[in-house]
Design a protein around this ligand. Structure first.
Ligand code: TEU
Length: 552
């Protein structure tokens, strides 16, 4: 049943509430997505990852699901969804949905029943433990992804429920076979509807160590060894494969924050029938310490390319990578990874694009990345809507130590930076809506927008389109081996992709200076550059070049 189409997929991530509002309520919706499918077709993508549209109280913008079988009404109806899916398939665009099953919403009927009584049949669907000191203290000292304790007391009982994220996101108890069965039913429901796969939210957290004891206190995610890559993770992943994915031609990508290569190798080994690929964050964590984005670290190209290369080499012949530089949780890549937002914006963005997009793996483009959208330009803290930001800024306000350590970077790394409305044109509401939207539009929509990008043949949009065409045309980009060049060069990211007689050479400068180009180009033919006219032995600021050599 599996054609492994994921190896040729070029995925565009849509964050539905910020993509396109079709009914004038200031909130993106499914009909809005359908109205923009020709734009995606023009870009050349052949798959969409759709962030959650299920029914939800929206505490975490839909990553808190209260009904897995219905659509959150402001997004539209199931009929709207089926029409969107049909229109995608007509254009040769597949759809993967966001599968959020580490936790539900606290508004889910199972959870509401579970906490209503100790005898509830759903009690064991969640992780409910007795607190310490007669319920006055949580069961353990574990720390959550959004700061604070991972435990919330149930009323005035001595019991607490586990939530690794927001209070409104109680963790499911995957030890319970009924929970696993419920998840299979959800998967089959959407797969039977014609959905082509899933992006599996925080899927490496679903198995927890069962001792539920406190750990030595740490600054962030205390107790993470108890809930990251837990003891039964591979068993659960294989179960979902055999009970659901195996019967459909699916693509699956697991989100596996803080996972090491050795864990991932097992998750993506095709013989183990678990996942097709994962999102690992080693490269996006290269500008922070310990994987904690608030602990800001100056970008260093050597560290960036070393981390990317590690995954390229380690998964060669035994697994598959995802390739990304943006998503709905990350700040915009424009102005990050040494790129610029000044007159060198295009060349720096296209050089970064070249460097990640032609690696071995499935590339992802996050909405707006293809036109160089930038971080939010909010002044007022109230402009930030994200639950993570609100929790963290409340902690910073309360605690001087946090203020000192992370206060300065809260805005820089806020997830809202990637969640401002898609900028379709320079009109008052950027063509996203005809009313003021749920979150402010960036004021740079006057000159950073789709309409402008489509009218400029030298725009970043058309550069991405050319990268996509190269991926589609040259087999060495799909199946060729990766070889890093200039390992110690602090300004140039260069690598080869080789398959049989076909050899591609990719060179990206990450500096605004003019520098020597040290690679011998004999026998190579230039395919694409972000500059018109190139001088072989020098690289202009942020110059990128793609060569091909035919070794016949
Ligand atoms: O993200 C999990 C996750 O690791 C990120 O939330 C990250 O840790 C955090 O943003 C700190 O930078 C997934 C979803 O992508 C995210 O939107 C959800 O909020 C989260 O899970 C809970 O479902």
């Amino acid at each position: 049943m599996h054609t492994n189409w994921y190896k040729n997929a070029i995925v565009y991530q849509i964050y539905p509430r910020s993509f396109k509002d079709s009914n004038g309520d200031g909130f993106g919706d499914i009909k809005g997505i359908t109205s923009k499918l020709d734009y995606l077709k023009e870009l050349g993508v052949n798959c969409v990852w759709l962030s959650p549209v299920y029914d939800s109280p929206q505490e975490d913008n839909g990553y808190d699901i209260s009904d897995y079988y219905n659509i959150y009404p402001p997004f539209g109806t199931l009929d709207d969804f089926k029409e969107m899916l049909s229109e995608m398939h007509k254009r040769g665009i597949k759809l993967i949905m966001d599968l959020v099953v580490n936790h539900t919403s606290s508004e889910h009927k199972f959870f509401k029943d579970a906490i209503s009584s100790e005898d509830s049949k759903y009690r064991d669907y969640y992780i409910i433990k007795r607190g310490k000191k007669n319920g006055q203290k949580p069961p353990t000292n574990w720390g959550g992804f959004f700061g604070g304790s991972t435990w919330e007391r149930i009323g005035d009982t001595d019991k607490y429920y586990l939530h690794l994220f927001a209070k409104g996101q109680p963790d499911l108890n995957w030890e319970n076979p009924e929970v696993r069965r419920e998840v299979v039913n959800i998967l089959r429901y959407w797969l039977d509807m014609g959905v082509d796969g899933f992006r599996c939210d925080v899927i490496n957290l679903i198995s927890k160590k069962q001792d539920f004891r406190s750990r030595f206190p740490t600054i962030a995610l205390c107790g993470k060894d108890a809930f990251i890559n837990g003891p039964r993770l591979h068993e659960y992943l294989h179960y979902l494969y055999t009970e659901a994915y195996a019967n459909y031609d699916t693509m699956t990508v697991g989100e596996t924050a803080l996972s090491k290569v050795k864990d991932v190798k097992k998750m993506v080994d095709p013989k183990r029938e678990e996942l097709d690929m994962v999102f690992n964050f080693d490269h996006t964590d290269s500008d922070n310490f310990f994987g904690v984005k608030y602990l800001y670290r100056k970008f260093n190209l050597k560290r960036f390319k070393k981390r990317l290369s590690k995954w390229q080499y380690e998964l060669e012949g035994c697994g598959w990578n995802s390739l990304f530089i943006e998503n709905h949780d990350q700040r915009r890549s424009s102005g990050r990874f040494n790129t610029r937002t000044d007159k060198l914006k295009f060349v720096s963005a296209s050089s970064l694009a070249t460097s990640y997009f032609l690696l071995k793996g499935t590339p992802f483009i996050y909405q707006g990345q293809e036109i160089g959208m930038e971080n939010a330009d909010f002044n007022d803290l109230d402009d930030y809507k994200d639950v993570e930001f609100k929790n963290m800024s409340a902690m910073v306000k309360k605690n001087f130590f946090y203020k000192l350590l992370i206060g300065k970077h809260l805005k820089d790394v806020a997830r809202d930076n990637a969640r401002t409305p898609m900028q379709w044109d320079g009109s008052e509401y950027a063509g996203f809506s005809n009313v003021s939207p749920w979150i402010n539009i960036n004021k740079n929509k006057d000159y950073i927008n789709v309409e402008k990008a489509l009218s400029d043949e030298n725009s970043l949009f058309y550069y991405y389109k050319k990268l996509i065409d190269i991926r589609k045309y040259f087999p060495s980009i799909i199946d060729g081996k990766y070889e890093l060049l200039l390992k110690h060069d602090k300004n140039i990211f260069a690598y080869k992709r080789k398959l049989d007689n076909e050899e591609m050479l990719i060179i990206s400068s990450f500096t605004g200076k003019v520098i020597k180009q040290p690679i011998d180009l004999a026998g190579y033919k230039l395919l694409l550059s972000n500059y018109q006219g190139n001088v072989n032995n020098i690289l202009k600021p942020y110059e990128a070049r793609i060569y091909i050599k035919d070794n016949k």
